[in-house]
Design a binder for this molecule. Structure first.
Ligand code: SF4
Ligand code: SF4
Length: 195
């Protein structure tokens, strides 16, 4: 009798476990029916935000060789090579470079440059086979950055904070759809109206 009781209990537990597995599998199969929320890099790319800190852009004719960027950099990275022009009594910039293999993209140099010679771009794919190629000189730093939205081979996808209200996935959102929240100029307008 004892043995039969044990068999009965075992069967009950096995049926219960099978039920739970069945429920679990139905949830798993339900996930398969949903659209995979995956960005298919390199054919699809997320559009970086307007404050994204990508590769630094440099404008040679705006730089006054003040070396503020060097002083505010955590590792004094920018190399500012200048000579003093005695005729004009002015510093003359000879060359400028930033090694992106060492840069941490903190943006301090951009923040403190008094003439806005430096700016952050949205370019982030900088990988090279040789680390010395990451040492950008003033010409390389002055090149126009690549844009995700202007690449004919790339489908740009909007990031979460840039989607319309109530939408949490960028794949099926048209480019013209208005993002949630107010733009800075709209906030400024609303604040001035309230005054
Ligand atoms: S982004 Fe930061 S680490 Fe890179 S050069 Fe500028 S200050 Fe230095
Ligand atoms: S802070 Fe700006 S102006 Fe001064 S050396 Fe650096 S890039 Fe040139």
């Amino acid at each position: 009798m004892k043995f039969l009781n044990k068999v009965g209990e075992y069967t009950k537990e096995a049926v219960q476990a099978a039920k739970y597995i069945g429920q679990g599998m139905s949830v798993t199969f339900d996930h398969m029916r949903r659209r995979p929320i995956t960005v298919q890099y390199p054919y699809e790319k997320l559009i970086p935000s307007e404050r994204f800190r990508g590769r630094i852009h440099f404008e040679f004719d705006k730089c006054i060789s003040c070396e503020v960027c060097v002083r505010v950099c955590p590792i004094n990275l920018p190399v500012v090579d200048w000579k003093f022009n005695t005729e004009m009594k002015k510093k003359e910039l000879k060359s400028y470079s930033i090694d992106f293999g060492v840069c941490i993209f903190c943006g301090n140099c951009v923040e403190y440059c008094p003439t806005n010679a430096l700016s952050m771009t949205e370019e982030y794919d900088l990988s090279t086979f040789d680390r010395h190629e990451l040492n950008f000189d003033s010409v390389a730093l002055g090149r126009m950055p690549t844009k995700v939205t202007e690449d004919p081979f790339v489908t740009p996808i909007r990031e979460l904070a840039y989607l319309p209200k109530g939408v949490i996935e960028g794949h099926e959102t048209p480019h013209t759809a208005k993002r949630a929240g107010l733009r800075p100029e709209e906030i400024a307008e609303a604040t001035s109206e309230n005054k």
